[in-house]
Ligand binder design. Structure first.
Ligand SMILES: N[C@@H](CCC(=O)O)C(=O)O
Length: 267
């Protein structure tokens, strides 16, 4: 595999851009291909079979683009599909999972709140994280489906978004959680607002940087880091509404970008 080939990244929508921006910061020379599967969002309410099928189709498309590695920038797709993808494809596959371990190490009240989709919280993988790292603390989960909708609409700061965050975090804070894990890649875009709502005594943990370090390690171990010194490029595709998604991706990415439609066979 050619080290100057791109890295393929996908999510149910624009949320995985929170991972993509961490990759861009850590690996400035890598070329990146990103799919926002916004035509199929939310993943959080879909069956594992549906998500496995989607993940196969999106991965095949990214491999056709020449991807040398794949990042599943979605916790929900990870729990449903990572094992199947690893069994099917030979490229390195890096995936996100809620950062339960660092949260357990940080909590002082012994109560950790995990914001994640219902599918992620109900998964066997999450149960296994809970068993491995959470034996000495209480781990509470909270699904926040409407926050995914707000981020997909590019609404990161409105009073409505704030009210939703207040409603979703209130039960966790009342129970004494002092550490909140952002277990869905859409939520880091709401990090500043979540921070403002929960206040300075609550620590918020994101996984974007940890995933990027893992990606970096895996690429280095396989001699796949791009050694070209020119800045890496980004290419974006979506299965969602073109104009809306292009606008939201540009806002979240920080400057205007071109987004292409996924071919009909994949969309
Ligand atoms: N990006 C989300 C998926 C949100 C959704 O589509 O429900 C995750 O990391 O789980």
């Amino acid at each position: 595999m050619n080290p100057s080939a791109p890295i393929g990244v996908f999510d149910s929508g624009v949320g995985g851009l929170s991972v993509l921006r961490a990759i861009r910061t850590e690996l400035p020379h890598e070329h990146l291909c990103y799919i926002a599967d916004s035509g199929h969002v939310p993943y959080g309410t879909k069956t594992p079979e549906y998500l496995q099928q989607r993940a196969l189709e999106l991965t095949r498309f990214l491999l056709v683009q020449g991807a040398k590695a794949l990042v599943i920038a979605c916790n929900t797709a990870t729990v449903a599909a990572v094992a199947n993808l690893r069994a099917t494809f030979s490229v390195p596959i890096i995936a996100v999972e809620p950062a339960v371990k660092p949260a357990v190490a940080l909590t002082k009240t012994g109560i950790v709140g995990v914001l994640a989709t219902a599918a992620t919280s109900a998964s066997a993988q999450f149960e296994s994280l809970r068993k491995r790292f959470g034996a000495s603390v209480t781990i509470l989960t909270q699904a926040c489906p409407q926050l995914v909708t707000q981020v997909e609409a590019g609404d990161l700061t409105s009073p409505m978004t704030r009210i939703l965050i207040e409603q979703y975090t209130a039960p966790l804070l009342t129970a004494g959680a002092d550490t909140l894990v952002l277990g869905c890649t859409h939520y880091p875009f709401l990090g500043p607002l979540i921070d403002d709502v929960v206040g300075p005594s609550v620590t918020i943990i994101d996984t974007g940087v940890a995933v990027t370090r893992q990606l970096s390690r895996v690429l280095a171990a396989q001699n796949l880091l791009n050694v070209d010194l020119i800045p890496g490029s980004e290419h974006f595709w979506t299965s969602g509404k073109m104009q809306t998604t292009q606008g939201v991706i540009s806002t979240l990415w920080g400057h205007a970008v071109t987004v292409q439609r996924l071919p009909q066979t994949v969309a």
